[in-house]
Design a protein around this ligand. Structure first.
Ligand SMILES: [Zn+2]
Length: 504
């Protein structure tokens, strides 16, 4: 009964929304809508209290079980279908009313029309009968000041890189390029403040007299592609004699090299002929530790180095005790593309120190920056990711899976559908997409053979020609894993429904 009652209220609320959609939102209407939302909120709280009381008293009447039992029934899906249709209808009516507003002013200048559209948008975002804002209030607020903290971290890393470059200018260590912020913090959807790790990738270029060759390590193995970075010396006789800067590592007598020149990269950060991730991480660790005192921030902030293996991690504590955990990864660019091989960890239990997995982190960060410029100003796509990142904890799904789903959806459904007011439908779309992928045992990697990747993102030519790469390949090969994933999906769906009811 409670479920039916709740959905009746929601349907009523939406019908009300549909009723007023073509009309002017006058004061009286707004007031009525506000009261309606308060009533809905109050009713929902009351029902939840009943549910909780039922559980506490252990009266034997399992409200929760009844609720979720009901959700499994066809009636629920029928109501959900009706809801979806009504949402669609609302959206269409509102869009139509905006178009009518816009076209009625055809004689006017385009700036007038823009103003009308802007006002209509403001009406949308101000609308108090807006489920997006309703859930925004009830779902824990996102991490505050993420953009400010990203800037603080970027400033520190820029300072570090400048100092490193000065120290290393005459050496034969890799040449450091400006760091690129990657990962959830820099993409704008970090789930919880206490878990934020600010990840930056520092591109490495070969020093003078050296060349990097990327060798694909495990050809044919999917989805992770691992590379090795082979370091080769090149002749600098002709080029460098003119400048008088360095001796040729290939043609200069060894004795003279030893007396007059630093050792080549092969003798410092390599194992055999290959660039070594762990040696590079240790080198970064030592550089950070030694250079901290030269940073302007060091006089009042505190540096704490963290254990390293394949990257360099440390914490910086501001004078107000706010701590930022920073991970510096390093990578080698593939051509002039946004795809790198990097020091990031692989899923394998043991990763050899000369293995550099392919990294799409830079392309992904660039994709989210690109989308931020395209979507409506009140887009909720990052909020959706943030919420899912929270409810995913403890399930078998990775945030990367959900992020891939959202990236696909961002390039397939109309961008206006990501507005705050469509929040519940966006969340539902994500869930439906995941369900479809699980049934088909197929979730394509976003960057392989995908024609919808925006042009701004530079991919190696082979990526455009490549067959799509299935991230769910393991489900095809292992029926038990597929059953498990379907179970996990149902678990996730329950969490999603709990979120809609409780707001957390
Ligand atoms: Zn030479």
């Amino acid at each position: 009964m409670a479920v039916i009652q709740f959905f009746t209220l929601v349907v009523e609320s939406i019908l009300w929304n549909a009723h007023v959609v073509g009309d002017e939102l006058d004061e009286e209407t707004r007031e009525h809508m506000r009261q309606r939302e308060e009533y809905l909120s109050w009713k929902m709280t009351q029902m939840l209290q009943q549910l909780e009381q039922g559980t506490q008293e252990q009266s034997g009447f399992a409200w929760g079980a009844l609720l979720f039992g009901a959700l499994q029934q066809w009636q629920f899906w029928a109501v959900a279908g009706v809801l979806l249709l009504l949402f669609g209808l609302c959206w269409w009516l509102r869009k139509r009313s905006q178009e009518v507003d816009g076209s009625s002013d055809e004689e006017g200048s385009s700036s007038d029309r823009e103003q009308v559209e802007e006002e209509a948008e403001e009406d949308d975002s101000d609308s108090e009968n807006d489920l997006g804002s309703f859930f925004e209030e009830h779902i824990q607020s996102p991490v505050q000041n993420l953009a400010r903290d990203c800037q603080v971290v970027e400033d520190i890393i820029d300072n570090f890189i400048n100092i490193f470059r000065t120290i290393l200018s005459n050496s034969f260590f890799p040449v450091l390029q400006p760091a690129i912020g990657v990962g959830s913090a820099f993409e704008g959807w970090s789930p919880r403040e206490e878990d934020i790790i600010y990840r930056l990738l520092v591109p490495l270029k070969p020093p003078r007299g050296h060349v990097f060759h990327l060798e694909l390590g495990n050809r044919g193995e999917t989805p992770a592609r691992n590379f090795c970075v082979r370091v080769e010396l090149e002749c600098t006789c002709r080029r460098e004699q003119l400048a008088g800067e360095m001796l040729c590592f290939l043609h200069c007598p060894e004795e003279e090299l030893r007396r007059n020149q630093d050792r080549s990269l092969l003798h410092t950060l390599c194992t055999g002929s290959y660039l070594d991730v762990q040696k590079t991480a240790r080198w970064f660790y030592q550089l950070v530790q030694a250079s901290w005192v030269a940073l302007p921030q060091s006089s009042i902030w505190r540096l704490t180095m963290l254990p390293f293996s394949r990257s360099c991690k440390f914490q910086v504590t501001e004078h107000n005790n706010k701590t930022h955990t920073i991970e510096m990864m390093f990578g080698v660019q593939q051509g002039n593309s946004d795809i790198f091989v990097s020091s990031q960890n692989t899923e394998a239990i043991f990763t050899p120190s000369t293995t550099w997995p392919e990294s799409y982190a830079v392309a992904e960060a660039k994709f989210f920056r690109h989308m931020a410029r395209q979507v409506p100003h009140d887009s909720f796509h990052l909020r959706c990711l943030q919420v899912y990142a929270r409810i995913l904890v403890g399930t078998g799904f990775s945030t990367y899976t959900l992020k891939t789903v959202v990236m696909h959806l961002l390039t397939t459904i109309p961008l206006s559908g990501w507005r705050r007011r469509h929040f519940v439908r966006q969340m539902e779309d994500i869930m439906q997409y995941l369900h479809h992928c699980l049934e088909e045992k197929r979730l394509d990697h976003f960057f392989f053979g995908n024609e919808r990747v925006p042009e701004e993102i530079v991919l190696p030519p082979a990526f455009q020609r490549a067959e799509p790469l299935n991230l769910f390949q393991h489900l095809v090969q292992d029926p038990a894993a597929h059953n498990e994933a379907m179970l996990e999906y149902r678990h996730l769906r329950e969490r999603f429904i709990t979120l809609l009811f409780h707001g957390h």
